[in-house]
Ligand binder design. Sequence first.
Ligand SMILES: [Zn+2]
Length: 387
Amino acid sequence: MYISCSAERTILQIPEEGETIIAGYWSPELGLCTQSVLLTWKDGKVKALLPLGHLESHPGKLLQWDSYLLLPGWLDAHVHLALDSLDFYQCLENWAQPSLIEETIKGFLQRYLEMGIIAIRDGGDLPGFAWLAKNKVKEGAWSGPRVISVHEAVNRGGMYGRFLGRGFKDLSDWQKKKIDFFGQGVDQLKVVVTGLIRFDDYQKVGPSQWAVEELREFVEEAHGRGISVMAHASGEEGISIAVGGGVDSIEHGYYMTTRHLELMREKGIAWVPTVAPIGNVLKYPTERYSSHEIETLKRILEAQLVKIYEAYRLNVRLGVGTDAGAYRVPHAESLYDELDWMIQAGIPKLEVYRMATYENARIFGNPELGTLDVGTPMNQLQLVKDL
Ligand SMILES: [Zn+2]
């Protein structure tokens, strides 16, 4: 078996049973411990974490882990495995060569594990590459993090999202095809509620695709099948539709208002604010955008960070998701950018870590992930150098 060692950006092969001294640990359950700890595991699961006295030495030291802290593995709540973060249009052309895409995705999956990310939630692609990846990992054919996949998104035909889903003409078109749609397999239902924001026009968002009543139909159908609903939504109108439709999480949510946040807290709706697609364009300068676009992006970023902090203060459920695959948002690495953006918003670091583990696991519908306690499988944990 293995454990992710994000400290060295690698994966360590370990026996099913062992013991070693580590420099400490952190988890949402156990809190922070920064003194030497004797870690023992058996059958691939944590058996005990025993803090050692200052001068105490232990003869059974097996592995050179005494400079590492043990943490739950990270979860990224929003990625697109079928996109490469370099060139969107070229990437879509490459989809015609599935074996090429599959090789690329295998590389991304490996990278996720090396960087301590043990589960990802994929927001979909029309050909179903992420769904394939999910199954390959599950079968053990590919090495990678657990993939929670929406398979294909629900978007309105002729509107934004043609690379995410086939597009439904209207509700009756959906009613006719929904059996087949769910029959393909889905972990969560993704609904494209609005188009994209514009980098050159502050407050402007692509049109809403569904009315509240239509969205409610999707949500009821999904909930009836025990499936959560994630909504791609930005802008005053679009977020209002998503909240009114009773979705489980709002993805992106640019131009969020205080009223939205209050309603989300009331209803227990989580927010995955994906700062990286905006912030990383500014953090890693590029020639691609005009100075007007850069100025607009700065305003959007500033507003998003303010609202994230407000959400934190209001106790709204916040997840950490990158939109990896988008331009300047590389798979795996970008989760570290996203953690930094949340910290820059003003949220204490360990609270951000709690969101990227505990809260993300709930958003995924897999609360057993994102934890470190006695009984946690070693391959859901990671070794880091410092906090
Ligand atoms: Zn997305």
